[in-house]
Design a protein around this ligand. Structure first.
Ligand code: NAP
Length: 319
């Protein structure tokens, strides 16, 4: 008999959807109207042995408590900040994620955002479309990347991949994280030091309570009027109100953001700003990465139900 799983989130790549439905009896919560979801969960809960979650639609203590037979949570994503580990750990429920298979594509987007902000690509696109070029409206030059400093907050898998790419543009790399990385790049002792030393601050650390608003007003001010903030990690890492205030006052030069505190809305003020580049949380949103992520999440579920070692378990018990 196929194991029953509760599928949270939606938008899986075609091969992933097909395999999910082939290998499991799936209860797709996203297909149920929001007002009917509680009744639906109550109805299917007795049979549910696994949860297939996304990086942003995770499992909280309430949902975990509603699933008495829950054995495993497989996250389709590397960030596990939407999972309440404290609710799962006492029941010995393992959590898996999908590291590595998305690293290159997320790093590519980080670099695309950094370049777009540095060379003001969205603004220049509007300039051509809106007739600014024909009308010879004044245009300021942008700034070169060569010789500038990129500070990486979180030199993990994605941070390393971003650093390698930016070196190719002639940038100098620094980083900050809690541990010393196995890397030749200089480590700044604090995030504040990193921001002071950097022209571009690229946020690549995990979200969750431990990193909430790490990039605060002080850090943003240290980055300064010529500085640019790039965030491809999680919106929760950045104090967005402070970011908006600093950009509006010219205390920060520019920002390029893939993630926001309140998705999918994002602050209205940012949408009005010329010096801001915005993308809708699409770091891993390529056919290749999303397919590989889905397959890896499925492989973790299959390994669990076959009594085999998990492919990519998350090695921690608290969030
Ligand atoms: P990773 O390999 O675990 O790297 C995370 C790095 O952050 C580690 O080197 C870690 O070093 C550092 N870090 C953790 N806590 C920190 C803190 N409090 N202060 C400073 N640094 C800290 O993870 P990854 O695979 O690179 O992924 C990073 C994040 O990217 C994910 O958690 C996810 O939220 C985000 N992401 C976003 C997208 C998107 O679509 N935009 C896609 C994929 C991933 P220490 O432990 O030594 O501090």
């Amino acid at each position: 008999m196929r194991p029953e799983i509760l599928v949270l989130g939606s938008g899986w790549m075609p091969d992933v959807s097909a395999k999910l439905d082939r290998r499991f009896t799936c209860h797709h919560l996203a297909n149920v109207a929001p007002e009917e979801r509680q009744a639906y969960i109550a109805r299917v809960a007795p049979g549910v042995r696994g949860v297939f979650a996304s990086g942003t639609v995770g499992i909280d203590a309430r949902l975990a408590a509603q699933l008495p037979q829950l054995e495993i949570v497989a996250v389709h994503g590397v960030g596990v900040d939407a999972v309440d580990f404290a609710a799962l750990a006492p029941r010995g429920i393992p959590v898996t994620n999908t590291p590595d298979v998305l690293t290159d594509d997320v790093a590519d987007l980080a670099v695309a955002l950094l370049l777009a902000a540095a060379r003001r690509v969205p603004m220049l696109d509007r300039y051509v479309r809106d007739g600014g070029w024909e009308a010879k409206r004044p245009l300021m030059p942008s700034r070169a990347l060569r010789g500038k400093v990129a500070g990486i907050l979180g030199l993990g898998r994605i941070g390393q991949a971003v650093a390698t790419r930016l070196e190719g543009f002639g940038m100098q790399i620094r980083y900050h994280q809690r541990s010393t990385a196995n890397s030749a790049y200089p480590r700044s002792a604090s995030l504040l030091d990193l921001a002071r030393d950097s022209d571009y601050l690229v946020v690549c650390a995990p979200g969750g309570p431990g990193t909430q608003h790490l990039v605060n007003a002080e850090v943003i001010d240290a980055l300064g009027p010529q500085g640019t903030l790039v965030n491809i990690a999680r919106g929760s890492l950045v104090d967005e109100a402070a970011l908006v205030t600093a950009l509006a006052a010219g205390r920060l030069g520019a920002a390029a953001l893939d993630v926001f505190e309140d998705e999918p809305r994002g602050p209205a003020a940012l949408k009005e700003m010329e010096q801001v580049v915005l993308t809708p949380h699409v770091g891993s949103f390529t056919l290749e990465a999303r397919t590989a992520m889905g397959m890896l999440a499925i492989d973790n579920l299959l390994a669990h139900f076959a009594g085999e070692p998990l492919r990519t378990p998350v090695e921690r018990t608290t969030s």
